[in-house]
Ligand binder design. Structure first.
Ligand SMILES: C[S@@+](CC[C@H](N)C(=O)[O-])C[C@H]1O[C@@H](n2cnc3c(N)ncnc32)[C@H](O)[C@@H]1O
Length: 219
């Protein structure tokens, strides 16, 4: 069922402080609207699914019964363990696997669909991760994505770039606020089926941050 588990191409991915803080922030953000976005993200998804960077498994409750199996890759040890626990009560079969998006330990075309939520901001090599996701999807397979992205407003974008160049990524488990992830998905050859841009405030402490919620098809 799970292919050979190769070690991560980019070394260990332990972020002990982020891994303790994220589940708390994540649960609060669920109540502020993220849970609704997750439901839209996974709506009517079907077949065998790979979820990349599953964190503590906040997507798991939202998988519809048309999904036959989820393989959830999570490299951070503490979040991996939390995801394993969350998998036990998921409404569909979920197996949590080790690995990294840049070197997925699976065969070409194994999956009907892939899910990336709030993770393409954090991967070390975004084009490499997207190419790997495309590789493990069958032709015609879907990439469902939900990501915060670079603002279209020049001042906000400048602040995002300054954050990314300084303290933000080490503090936030490798997250970058200024990635144009929709463009990156197009650049690796996915065809966009739909993409919605959402002005969203995930926490009262944070400014409004643009998010994209979409579905792209592997040609
Ligand atoms: C902000 S959390 C999001 C977790 C989850 N996807 C969600 O929607 O709540 C980012 C996640 O990406 C994972 N991650 C970071 N780099 C990764 C990589 N190269 N491959 C796979 N996952 C990665 C982190 O360990 C973390 O669990």
């Amino acid at each position: 069922m799970i292919g050979v588990r190769r070690p991560s191409r980019n070394g260990p991915r332990s972020h002990p402080i982020f891994a303790r803080v994220y589940p708390r922030i994540g649960h609060a953000a669920e109540r502020r609207g993220v849970a609704e976005h997750r439901r839209s993200l996974l709506d009517a998804l079907a077949g065998r699914v790979i979820e990349v960077g599953a964190g503590n498994g906040l997507n798991f409750p939202h998988y519809p019964s048309s999904v036959t199996e989820v393989i959830a890759v999570e490299p951070e040890p503490r979040l991996h363990e939390l995801a394993r626990r969350a998998a036990a009560s998921a409404p569909v079969p979920v197996t949590v696997a080790d690995g990294a998006a840049e070197a997925l330990p699976f065969e070409d075309g194994e999956f009907d669909a892939a899910v990336a939520s709030l993770v393409l901001c954090s991967v070390h090599d975004q084009p490499g991760a997207l190419a790997e996701i495309a590789r493990v999807l069958r032709p015609g397979g879907e990439l469902r994505y939900y990501e915060h992205v670079l603002s279209h407003r020049p001042l906000a974008a400048r602040v995002q770039r300054a954050l990314d160049a300084t303290f933000y990524p080490p503090l936030a488990g490798g997250c970058h606020s200024a990635r144009a992830t929709g463009d990156a998905i197009r650049a690796v050859g996915f065809q966009i089926d739909r993409e919605e841009r959402i002005a969203f405030k995930p926490s009262p402490m944070l400014p409004t941050i643009p998010h994209i919620l979409g579905c792209a098809i592997r040609s």
